[in-house]
Design a protein around this ligand. Structure first.
Ligand SMILES: *[C@@H]1O[C@H](CO)[C@@H](O)[C@H](O)[C@H]1NC(C)=O
Ligand SMILES: *[C@@H]1O[C@H](CO)[C@@H](O)[C@H](O)[C@H]1NC(C)=O
Ligand SMILES: *[C@@H]1O[C@H](CO)[C@@H](O)[C@H](O)[C@H]1NC(C)=O
Ligand SMILES: *[C@@H]1O[C@H](CO)[C@@H](O)[C@H](O)[C@H]1NC(C)=O
Ligand SMILES: *[C@@H]1O[C@H](CO)[C@@H](O)[C@H](O)[C@H]1NC(C)=O
Ligand SMILES: *[C@@H]1O[C@H](CO)[C@@H](O)[C@H](O)[C@H]1NC(C)=O
Ligand SMILES: *[C@@H]1O[C@H](CO)[C@@H](O)[C@H](O)[C@H]1NC(C)=O
Ligand SMILES: *[C@@H]1O[C@H](CO)[C@@H](O)[C@H](O)[C@H]1NC(C)=O
Ligand SMILES: *[C@@H]1O[C@H](CO)[C@@H](O)[C@H](O)[C@H]1NC(C)=O
Ligand SMILES: *[C@@H]1O[C@H](CO)[C@@H](O)[C@H](O)[C@H]1NC(C)=O
Ligand SMILES: *[C@@H]1O[C@H](CO)[C@@H](O)[C@H](O)[C@H]1NC(C)=O
Ligand SMILES: *[C@@H]1O[C@H](CO)[C@@H](O)[C@H](O)[C@H]1NC(C)=O
Length: 744
């Protein structure tokens, strides 16, 4: 009897238990279907979510059930298009849910308070839903079992609630790019199991709380790109397992205390773009794990000795600090492992050779990137630089280096900047081997002699060639036309003679509009490849990594003859500067093809004729100067040209009229000025014919006279051919000028 009773009650219990499980499952299904109905754009993958099908809930897409108990433990909606809000989702229906993933769903609205009912949740991932707004709800603190919380790339705008400190099981907290505001709550210190903390790319303010030192398991800490201030709390030294410390892009200040080096595992320190000062502590390397220091754009005044002794260091970047030091000290005693060395924009002195003439820099075998620009370094460059097998980037610009450049290159070298030093001698012959070069900047030195004809053959990948402000002479070699990728050619301020080359058919780098270049190094914030160019009348430091500049500057040379028509095929050009030469003849009729041209400078030449009507098509032009030439006729009208109101850009010509000058503006009957110009044109026409007639008569007369003298015949014919060629050319040029003037 007792036994039967027991059996009955047992069965009863089982039956009622299974009934309640079924009720739970029904509730889960109903909650999902209700939510689905509220969504505007649920995609096909939610088709199986239907009450008619609730018995097979565990086979619905995006859902994982607990095999035995039958309830939902995982809801994974990665990349499912939902287009709706979370408001109608009854979170309390999922007491067993362990994982929730909402990634890239087009969700809007806010994260509801009800999320706090997911009390079994272990992993929460809400990412790439940029229209999800509002704050992280306080109820988040109820998710006591959370191990991973990843809220990234959302459009939130609230503070990080202090209840986050209740999530004491958390090991991984990723809250980057969700636009958190306010300060870091001190309760964070309660997350003693946390191993990875990422609060980067938010709008956090205030300082790092002392309590951070309680997270003793932390390996990875990233607070980069916020508005955090103050000193680093020295409790960071309690983080004995710390490997990655990333604080770049804030406003932290003060000194970095020596105890930072207490972690035996410290591998990477990124503190660039802050306001730190003082000496960079030597202790950071003591434990022997440090590989990367990125400390640019601060106020550090020095690096202590032991950093130089750091045998594990691979990458050091102290760009733009106030370091006054001997260069050799920066390389340290054991530089063998160094790959990236950047100390640009400091006050380093000394030279790359030691007092004994001994070379040290070349012992840094694995060096790939050497940036020592903007310092006070001097002396010559050792030849062995050319043997460094991994060097891809070298910038020694804006120092006081001198002597002859005699080093050569390995295939690895892509970027070579030697601008604004005191180098001399002819174009360095060793560079003939630099066949991988993309940038070559030798501007602002005392290089002389001719521009070698082998350049384009030897450096087929070159995109940026800057030789300005040297004393190069001779002609621009026609082989320069064989560069296919060149997009910037700056030969300004030299002593070049002869014509501007004409046939640019192979110049695809300038024929097409260029995208920003894609050779990006993976080092943090490495965006420092800069060149100095003059465009729009101002010297500019141009960052090659950020934009696509296409331009040609041949100004301030002794170039002669006409502006070649071929230039008008370079449709990608954004600037063209031919000023300060001896160029003759007309402005090419097709100049208006250059629709991307923003800056055109032809001043101080001997150009004649009219401004071609196609000028009106220069729809990007914002800087123009045609002054000090022999131009005449009407200035074309074009919408963009009308914005150039400074009359000085047309001044000192033969007779230009039209906006912004006085004269023929808006007038259909010729003004007195124009009538005068018609007279000028007739005189010009007459002059052309008289000149042609004279040359022709001269040839006939002397031809008759000398025809019988055998000894003279050959040179005479050559002379005649020559004269005839010149005369025809002049005549042609006169006529084309005449016609273009008539166009005005
Ligand atoms: C029920 O769900 C299964 C599995 O997802 C699916 O194959 C089936 O088409 C669904 N039936 C209905 C009526 O939605
Ligand atoms: C949990 O769900 C219940 C409804 O079942 C709701 O009343 C309550 O507000 C929810 N709790 C939280 C913290 O949102
Ligand atoms: C975050 O800061 C940026 C830049 O200062 C600002 O444009 C943005 O509106 C801020 N967002 C929030 C949510 O405060
Ligand atoms: C949760 O956090 C709040 C605020 O930090 C705190 O007052 C409360 O005691 C915590 N609750 C629990 C259960 O730990
Ligand atoms: C947490 O950090 C604070 C400040 O550093 C300290 O006073 C406190 O004792 C720490 N708490 C624990 C539990 O370690
Ligand atoms: C850091 O290490 C030094 C010795 O290496 C030790 O004296 C000091 O107590 C440590 N500091 C902390 C805060 O652990
Ligand atoms: C940077 O630090 C210096 C002191 O080293 C201080 O005078 C200056 O005001 C700080 N600048 C900012 C923007 O915090
Ligand atoms: C650098 O290392 C050498 C031995 O390799 C040692 O004698 C010297 O004291 C170290 N210098 C510093 C400043 O630690
Ligand atoms: C560079 O290396 C060579 C041989 O590898 C060595 O003899 C020389 O002393 C080193 N120079 C410096 C300055 O370390
Ligand atoms: C353009 O390239 C072709 C093929 O390499 C070559 O034959 C031709 O001479 C080049 N033209 C100019 C103007 O350099
Ligand atoms: C053209 O070059 C000259 C000389 O280098 C310079 O003075 C002028 O500003 C440049 N023109 C433009 C528009 O940049
Ligand atoms: C154009 O060039 C002339 C001659 O160099 C100069 O005087 C004038 O200021 C320039 N105009 C503009 C707008 O740059």
């Amino acid at each position: 009897m007792k036994r039967i009773h027991l059996l009955l009650s047992c069965t009863c219990f089982l039956l009622s238990a299974s009934a309640s499980v079924r009720a739970n499952i029904q509730r889960e299904a109903a909650a999902l279907v209700n939510w689905k109905v509220s969504l505007a754009g649920a995609d096909g993958s939610l088709a199986s979510w239907s009450l008619a099908n609730s018995t097979s809930l565990c086979r619905w897409l995006h859902i994982t059930c607990d095999r035995k108990a039958g309830h939902i433990i995982e809801l994974d909606l990665r990349d499912a298009s939902l287009d709706g809000t979370l408001d109608e989702l009854d979170f309390s229906a999922f007491p067993h849910l362990k994982e929730l993933r909402l990634v890239n769903n087009g969700l809007h609205g806010t994260i509801p308070t009800g999320i706090g009912n997911l009390t079994s949740l272990v992993r929460l991932e809400i990412s790439s839903n940029p229209y999800l707004r509002g704050a992280i709800p306080h109820s988040i603190g109820q998710l006591k079992n959370l191990v991973l919380m990843q809220l990234t790339f959302l459009g939130l705008d609230g503070t990080l609630p202090e209840e986050v400190g209740n999530l004491t099981s958390l090991e991984d907290l990723q809250l980057n790019s969700v636009t958190l505001t306010g300060s870091i709550p001190v309760t964070m210190g309660m997350l003693v199991k946390l191993r990875s903390l990422d609060l980067s790319l938010n709008n956090l303010t205030g300082s790092i709380p002392l309590e951070i030192g309680n997270m003793t398991k932390l390996l990875h800490m990233d607070f980069s790109r916020n508005y955090l201030v103050g000193q680093l709390p020295n409790t960071i030294s309690h983080l004995a397992e710390l490997q990655f410390l990333v604080l770049s892009g804030n406003q932290f200040g003060g000194h970095i205390f020596p105890e930072l080096g207490n972690s035996s595992f410290l591998n990477t320190i990124y503190v660039a773009k802050n306001n730190f000062s003082g000496l960079f502590p030597s202790s950071v390397c003591e434990r022997g794990a440090l590989r990367t220091i990125s400390a640019g754009y601060n106020g550090f005044t020095g690096i202590q000795q032991a950093v130089q002794n750091c045998t594990t260091l691979v990458s050091v970047d102290f760009t733009a600090n106030n370091i006054v030091a001997e260069l050799r000290g920066c390389f340290g005693e054991h530089p063998e492992s160094l790959a990236l060395m950047a100390f640009s924009q400091n006050q380093l002195y000394g030279s790359l050779l030691t007092e004994q003439g001994e070379v040290f820099v070349c012992n840094v075998t694995y060096l790939t990137l050497l940036d020592l620009s903007d310092n006070a370094l001097n002396g010559g460059l050792p030849e062995c630089i050319g043997d460094m097998p991994y060097l891809t980037f070298m910038d020694l610009s804006r120092n006081s280096f001198s002597g002859v450049v005699s080093f050569s290159c390995q295939d690895s070298l892509n970027q070579l900047h030697l601008a604004n030093n005191h180098f001399r001698g002819t174009f360095p012959l060793g560079l003939k081997k630099c066949k991988s070069l993309i940038t070559l900047d030798l501007g602002g030195n005392h290089f002389s002699g001719t521009i070698p004809s082998w350049l384009s053959m030897s450096m087929p990948r070159l995109r940026f060639l800057l030789l300005s402000s040297n004393i190069f002479n001779g002609i621009i070699p026609h082989q320069i036309l064989q560069f296919r990728q060149l997009q910037l050619l700056d030969l300004s301020k030299n002593r070049l003679t002869g014509p501007v080359p004409d046939d640019f058919t192979n110049f695809t780098g300038m024929i097409q509009e260029q995208e920003p270049i894609d050779i990006i190094y993976n080092y943090d914030d490495f965006d420092k490849e800069v060149i100095e160019i003059i465009w729009k009348n101002a010297g500019r430091v141009y960052n090659l990594w950020k934009g696509a500049v296409v331009g040609m500057d041949l100004s301030d040379n002794f170039l002669s003859q006409e502006i070649p028509n071929g230039l008008t095929t370079l449709l990608g050009l954004r600037y063209l500067n031919l000023s300060g030469n001896h160029l003759l003849g007309c402005i090419p009729n097709n100049i208006g093809n250059l629709v991307l041209l923003e800056s055109l400078d032809l001043r101080q030449n001997q150009l004649s004729g009219g401004i071609p009507p196609s000028f009106a098509a220069l729809m990007s032009i914002s800087v123009l100067n045609l002054s000090y030439n022999g131009l005449s006729g009407r200035i074309p009208t074009g919408r963009q040209l009308q914005t150039l109101v400074d009359p000085s850009i047309y001044s000192h010509n033969l007779g230009l009229c039209g906006f912004p000058l006085e004269g023929c503006m808006n007038s259909s009957t010729p003004t007195r000025n124009e009538v005068g110009q018609v007279g000028d044109r007739e005189a010009l026409w007459l002059y052309c014919f008289v000149a042609a007639g004279f040359i022709f008569g001269f040839w006939l007369y002397w031809g008759m006279f000398l025809f019988y003298s055998e000894t003279w015949r050959c040179p005479f014919h050559q002379y005649v051919d020559n004269m005839q060629g010149k005369a025809t050319k002049k005549l042609y040029s006169c006529m084309s000028c005449f016609w273009s003037t008539v166009w005005c």
